[in-house]
Write a protein that binds this ligand. Structure first.
Ligand code: PMP
Length: 326
């Protein structure tokens, strides 16, 4: 039995064993990427298990759900236990709406039920039923929340390449939302990076400026100043926001602007950031060693330590970012 099969998930309003979850292969979620999701982490702290920036993640989930028209009455909603479908009138499937506080409670309960002290939370909501692109009856929304242990992401210094794939343009889709369909862009750029023997891809926007990595935002540091691509062509990352806040709170400067790949190659330090990966220093871009020697720089190192301290509840200034499970 795999480790997953022992786990409890929340699926369509019920807690149930991972192996008992079912869904239907019709629907815009699977066929056209009409799904929205989040990646959230929880940490073991001295005060017990704490979820990092949970309300910001749920705010973004609500935003994404609104963009993909998966909400009902402005709330995240999903079918209540629709299976088995046999003998059911699909138009009669019950739908439940959730406030963000209720979703917080479900996530806390899921952590308790699984007894995992540190890990990753993946809520996903998606459209099932009709496969027409044009909206019509016969579709419903399903929701699932899964949690899993997540080990340390320390992976040494990353080698990255400029991707031949451009980041999805903001005129092609609402890229401020975390939508399943967007991730074919991430997958293809990541496969290309792997095929080239590097760890990650850095995607440019349609104007040739650096946008972000396949699943992380990117920062450069030059002469003590932090630089990061402006919002508009990237997913507004919560870790990106955490870093901007920390640097500015400490009296430092962060500039959000259009930046060329060359700027990153000539920077003193470059790192990627995201909830799952936390902060990952980059040693090389397209074979060019960052900071001359490709080693981790002092600002990145300090930030990694600060981030871990905050996530593990060791810095009371930022305890408002932690939601305690108990
Ligand atoms: N960009 C993309 C495309 C992502 O998938 C992620 C991961 N959610 C990020 C940036 C980082 O976002 P966050 O810090 O909110 O996890």
């Amino acid at each position: 039995m795999s480790e997953e099969s022992e786990r409890i998930v929340w699926s369509n309003c019920q807690f149930m064993p991972w192996i008992e979850v079912v869904t239907h292969p019709t629907g815009q979620g699977l066929h056209y990427g009409r799904s929205v999701f989040e990646g959230i982490r929880f940490y073991d702290t001295d005060r017990g298990i704490a979820i990092f920036r949970l309300s910001e993640h749920l705010d973004r989930l609500l935003h994404s759900s609104n963009v993909m028209r998966l909400t009902r009455n402005g709330r995240i909603a999903c079918a209540e236990n629709p299976y088995p479908l046999k003998g059911k009138d699909i138009s009669q499937i019950l739908v439940r709406e959730f406030s963000l506080e209720e979703l917080q409670d479900i996530i806390k309960e899921l952590i308790r039920l699984n007894g995992i002290p540190e890990g990753y939370i993946r809520p996903i909501f998606f459209s099932v039923g009709t496969i027409g692109v044009k909206p019509s009856g016969g579709s419903w929304v399903e929701g699932m929340i899964e949690i899993r242990p997540w080990l340390s992401t320390a992976r040494g210094l990353l080698k990255v390449k400029t991707s031949p794939f451009l980041r999805i343009d903001a005129r092609s889709s609402d890229i401020s939302a975390k939508i399943g369909g967007h991730y074919v862009n991430s997958l293809q750029s990541m496969w290309d990076a792997e095929d080239s023997g590097v760890d990650e891809a850095v995607l440019l926007d349609q104007n040739g400026f650096v946008a972000e990595a396949s699943v992380e935002n990117i920062f450069a540091i030059k002469n003590g100043v932090f630089y990061t691509p402006r919002l508009g062509t990237i997913l507004p990352g919560i870790t990106r926001d955490t870093i901007i806040t920390l640097v500015r709170d400490a009296g430092g400067y962060v500039l959000e602007q259009n930046l060329l790949t060359d700027f990153f190659k000539k920077a003193d330090e470059v790192f990627l950031c995201g909830t799952a990966m936390e902060i990952l220093p980059i040693g090389e871009i397209d074979g060019v060693k960052i900071g001359g020697n490709g080693n981790i720089g002092p600002h990145t190192e300090q930030l990694i330590n600060q981030y871990h301290d905050i996530a593990r509840g060791k810095n009371p200034t930022y305890s408002h970012w932690l939601t305690l499970v108990d």
